[in-house]
Design a protein around this ligand. Structure first.
Ligand code: SF4
Length: 360
C-alpha cells in the first residue's frame, strides 16, 4: 500500500534524477494523511463484505482480483491490487518522508499499523542528510511506532562525485545518517548507482563507495545502473562532453572493484532490470568469491558472446548468463542484432544505451 506522507522531493537537485523535476515539495498535514489511510480501510472493508456476500467467507484475495478487473476509481484499484498481492507491506512516499517532524511521522505510522493490523512491514525512502540530522532516539521512536525499513540513495561515497552530481550530501553525512539508522534497529537499504563516476571518476567512485558502505554496514546494498534519458540534467553534460558514459563492460569492471573492496556484512542485491548481471548477488562477506566469479565468467566470454549477451539483456530476452545456452533465445537475439546493425553484426554503443533507456 502506497501512502503519500509527503509530496515530491525536498532536495530535487540530483543531476541523474528526473523523478520530481519541476514539481514542488510539500509537507502534508497529518490529518490529511490519516484521512487517506481511513479511505483505504473503508475500501478494504467493502471488499471483505463483498467476499462474505459472494461466498468467499471473508477471504479477500479472490474478490480483490475480481474488483481489479473493473475498479470504480483509482483508490479502489490501489487497495484491491494491494490486497491481491497479500496486503502485508506498506510504503510511505515520496522521496524523503523522514523530513517530517518525528512525532508527526510516528503518529502516521502508528495510525497505519492500528488501522491495518495485518501489515507486517512499513518502509520509506529517506535522505542520508535527514537521517544524519535525526537523533538515534528519534529513529528508535519511529521503529517502535512500526517503521521497519528505510531505503537511502547513497549513489556514491566519493565526495567530488557527490558534489558534481549535486547530491547535496557528503560521504561523512552518508556515514552518519546510515549509522544512525543502523543503531536505531531500523533495517537499512543503501542504493548504489553503478556507472555514476563515468570514465573520469569510476575508480574513486567504486573504492570510496565501498569504504562508506563498510563504515555503515547496512542490511542491504541495492545495485542500480545509471541510465541517461533526455529528461535528466546529466544528459546535457553528456551532450557537451563533460560527462563520458561508461560501457557495460567498464561498469562491470567498476562493480568488480566495488565488491573487492567491500568488507561489510550486508546482503548485496541486484534487483533491477538495468543491471547487466542481475545474478551478481549474495551475502557478504561469504559470497564475495561467488559474486566475483560471476563477473569473471562474463569477462572471459569471447567478444561476440559478450556483445550478444549485452543486447539480449537490453531488450529483455536474457535474465542471466545461462540464457546464452538457450538456443531459442539466442536466435531471437541474433536476429535483433542483425536488424540493429544493418547486417554488419557490429552494434554501436549508443544503440545499446538507447535500448537500455527505451526498455526501462
Ligand atoms: S534526493 Fe532522490 S528523489 Fe530527490 S532529486 Fe535526489 S535522487 Fe531524486
Amino acid at each position: 500500500m502506497l501512502i503519500r506522507a509527503t509530496i515530491n522531493c525536498p532536495w530535487n537537485r540530483c543531476r541523474f534524477c528526473s523523478m520530481y523535476k519541476g514539481k514542488k515539495f510539500q509537507l502534508r498535514p497529518v490529518e490529511d494523511i490519516k484521512q487517506d489511510i481511513k479511505v483505504a480501510r473503508v475500501i478494504q472493508d467493502k471488499i471483505k463484505e463483498l467476499s462474505w456476500r459472494s461466498g468467499y467467507g471473508g477471504q479477500v484475495r479472490e474478490v480483490a482480483g475480481m474488483v481489479l478487473k473493473n475498479p470504480s476509481n483509482q483508490a479502489m484499484h490501489n487497495v484491491a491490487l494491494w490486497l491481491y498481492a497479500g496486503g502485508e507491506n506498506a510504503f510511505l512516499q515520496d522521496a524523503n518522508s523522514l523530513i517530517m517532524r518525528t512525532n508527526e511521522l510516528a503518529e502516521v505510522i502508528r495510525f497505519l499499523s492500528e488501522t491495518f493490523p495485518t501489515i507486517k512491514r512499513i518502509t520509506s525512502y529517506a535522505r542520508s542528510k535527514t537521517a544524519a540530522k535525526k537523533r538515534v532516539e528519534e529513529l528508535i521512536e519511529l521503529r517502535q511506532a512500526g517503521l521497519s525499513r528505510l531505503h537511502i540513495g547513497l549513489e556514491s561515497g566519493y565526495d567530488p562525485l557527490l558534489q558534481y552530481m549535486d547530491k547535496g550530501v557528503t560521504a561523512a553525512e552518508h556515514i552518519k545518517g546510515g549509522r544512525n539508522v543502523v543503531e536505531s534497529g531500523i533495517s537499512l537499504s543503501e542504493y548504489v548507482l553503478l556507472g555514476l563516476g563515468g570514465k573520469g571518476m569510476w575508480r574513486e567512485h567504486a573504492i570510496q563507495t565501498a569504504r562508506v558502505l563498510n563504515e555503515i554496514d547496512p542490511d542491504f546494498i541495492r545495485i542500480r545502473t545509471l541510465s541517461i534519458s533526455s529528461r535528466i540534467p546529466l544528459h546535457a553534460e553528456v551532450e557537451n562532453g563533460n560527462f563520458i558514459r561508461m560501457t557495460d563492460e567498464e561498469i562491470l569492471e567498476e562493480e568488480k572493484l566495488l565488491i573487492e573492496h567491500l568488507e561489510c556484512h550486508s546482503n548485496y542485491v541486484s534487483d533491477h532490470i538495468a543491471n547487466l548481471l542481475q545474478e551478481v548477488e549474495g551475502e557478504l562477506p561469504q559470497d564475495k568469491g561467488k559474486m566475483l566469479a560471476c563477473i569473471d565468467r562474463f569477462q572471459s566470454l569471447p567478444p561476440e558472446e559478450r556483445a550478444n549477451f549485452r543486447v539480449g539483456r537490453r531488450v529483455g530476452v536474457y535474465a542471466n548468463l545461462d540464457d546464452l545456452d538457450n538456443l531459442h533465445k539466442r536466435q531471437a537475439v541474433e536476429q535483433i542484432i542483425h536488424k540493429l546493425s544493418h547486417d554488419s553484426s557490429q552494434i554501436d554503443e549508443k544503440v545499446i544505451h538507447g535500448l537500455m533507456e527505451g526498455f526501462i
